[in-house]
Design a protein around this ligand. Structure first.
Ligand SMILES: NC(=O)c1ccc[n+]([C@@H]2O[C@H](COP(=O)([O-])OP(=O)(O)OC[C@H]3O[C@@H](n4cnc5c(N)ncnc54)[C@H](OP(=O)(O)O)[C@@H]3O)[C@@H](O)[C@H]2O)c1
Length: 454
């Protein structure tokens, strides 16, 4: 039975009755990589998008400091002042694609205050200011959609919010930074050092001139915390994510991992435990037989384990102009479809009632339990292994696998590589401190966590 205009109008505080099928009017702020991709895909696929949306989607204004040769804005209304878009009464949805957290936060708050819905690709903004923004949006009865903020074109936010909604999510693990994954893939496939692979990534435009956000795991931590908030119905807790980058991963460790049947990937992991939620980003050994271990180059993938569905894997381009535009447009259509629904009848944007501090606690890293890969530089003398084994055993840690090669010609030190049983982080740290203090051991012990993801 179709609703009458009067009935529908009751559910449509934001669209006048005579306008129910009028175009949805969007304002795009930022005309860089994603902004220009969005303009191009909208122009190319406008008819399909309108058909799926049930009404045309019209770009009524673009806020950009300068033109971008990657897209044609000659027929669009362009302003050099992005706050004009937030104030434009003709804009229903403001699409924030400027990046950063300062001006972007002000822009989004101004638009929300003016009753506009928000679509953003900005993971830093959501991860760091999402709790505040969701609270402001809830107050104004508008939606914030952020599919493009995590894993670019992969619809992982929609999967968590909708497709997997019947599940209790046990854990999720993702390769969610393409630059890092490219570097680790180059190191493994071509035997390059970290520095060489990074330089190559910069040359190809995969890494920024300042690569800190990517290689030190901050970008992945932003994305992880967003996924965790949806998976575990908790507020965004960016400051509680344990974050370790890939700059310490060596080609040697990649080779030993191979020898043991593992790949080293930079993972964002969120896991529900009895005592709280683990939130951590770090290099991880994962068995080569897992599909996710074979996600290479700049591609992204997220493995989500729900109690009903079991493991599900989402794979695709995590960045790029049009791949990200795909997610931005999905959000625009999503918001447009819900314009007739009352705010409380929409799929919630955040994992918890907006602004609430409810939800599980984040587990301190010392309490996290994992297996470990350890590489010890030991003198080639008898008794080293029994000392190491005793230290581990005193901490309740057993040695599950070991590689020890002959020392290289003229070398006094031998690398001893160990895979441990699962142990609490604090115990492992104590064992490593004692191993490093041995006379027979030189320098720091390399440690990389191991996950079976089974
Ligand atoms: N690139 C990707 O593949 C990708 C993937 C997923 C998510 N994202 C996210 O998408 C957002 C945009 O990324 P991007 O790669 O498109 O960045 P970008 O290429 O640097 O584009 C950003 C654009 O915003 C403009 N801008 C910044 N501040 C402005 C201001 N105050 N007023 C007007 N214009 C302003 C910049 O103008 P100027 O050129 O004048 O500085 C630039 O054109 C970021 O939040 C990013 O994290 C990107």
């Amino acid at each position: 039975m179709s609703a009458t205009v009067e009935e529908t109008t009751e559910l449509a505080p934001r669209l006048p009755a005579d306008n129910l099928r009028r175009a949805v009017r969007i304002g795009i702020c930022g005309l860089g990589t994603v902004g220009s991709g969005t303009v191009n895909v909208m122009a190319r696929n406008g008819e399909e998008i309108a058909a799926r949306c049930g009404r045309p989607v019209e770009i009524v204004q673009v806020g950009a400091r300068r033109d971008n040769a990657a897209c044609d804005t000659s027929k669009l209304n362009v302003t050099r002042e992005i706050f004009d878009v937030a104030d434009n009464p003709d804009v229903d949805i403001l699409v924030e694609l400027i990046g950063g957290t300062t001006v972007a936060r002000e822009l989004v708050l101004a638009a929300i205050n003016n009753g506009k819905h928000i679509v953003t690709a900005n993971k830093a903004l959501i991860a760091e200011h999402g709790n505040e923004l969701f609270a402001a949006a809830a107050e104004k009865g508008v939606t914030i959609a952020y599919e493009a903020a995590v894993a670019g074109g992969i619809p992982i936010i929609k999967s968590l919010r909708e497709g997997l909604v019947g599940n209790r999510i046990q854990w999720l693990a993702g390769i969610i930074n393409g630059t890092g994954n490219y570097i680790l893939t180059e190191m493994r496939d071509k035997g390059r050092s970290f520095a060489e692979a990074l330089a190559q990534a910069q040359e190809l435009g995969y890494a920024e001139a300042d690569p800190t956000f990517d290689v030190e795991g901050i970008d992945a931590a932003h994305k992880l915390v967003i996924m965790a908030s949806l998976a575990f119905a908790m507020p965004l807790a960016f400051d509680k994510v344990y974050t370790e980058g890939i700059s310490g991963v060596s080609s040697e460790d990649i080779r030993y991992a191979d020898e043991l049947g593992y790949r080293i990937k930079h993972l964002g992991i969120a896991r529900r435990t009895e005592h709280g939620v683990e939130l951590r980003v770090h290099p991880t050994l994962i068995p080569q037989r897992r599909l996710i271990a074979n996600v290479n180059g700049v591609m992204n993938a997220v493995l989500v384990n729900g109690d009903a569905v079991g493991p599900t894997l989402y794979y695709g381009a995590g960045a790029g102009a049009e791949a990200t535009a795909s997610a931005v447009i999905a959000d625009i259509v999503d918001v447009a479809r819900t314009l007739e629904a009352k705010p409380d009848q929409r799929v919630p944007a955040a994992g918890v009632a907006e602004g609430s501090q409810a939800g599980p606690q984040v587990l301190p890293m010392d309490e996290v339990v994992t297996s470990y890969y350890l590489r010890i530089s030991a003198h080639d003398k008898p008794g080293v292994m029994s000392q190491v084994a005793k230290i581990c055993s005193d901490q309740g840690i057993s040695i599950e696998a070991l590689i020890q090669h002959e020392p290289a010609e003229g070398e006094a030190l031998v690398p001893v590589v160990i895979l441990t049983s699962r142990a609490k982080e604090a115990r492992l740290r104590e064992a490593v401190a004692q191993i490093e203090a041995l006379d027979t051991v030189e320098g720091e012990v390399v440690r990389i966590r191991v996950e079976t993801l089974g």
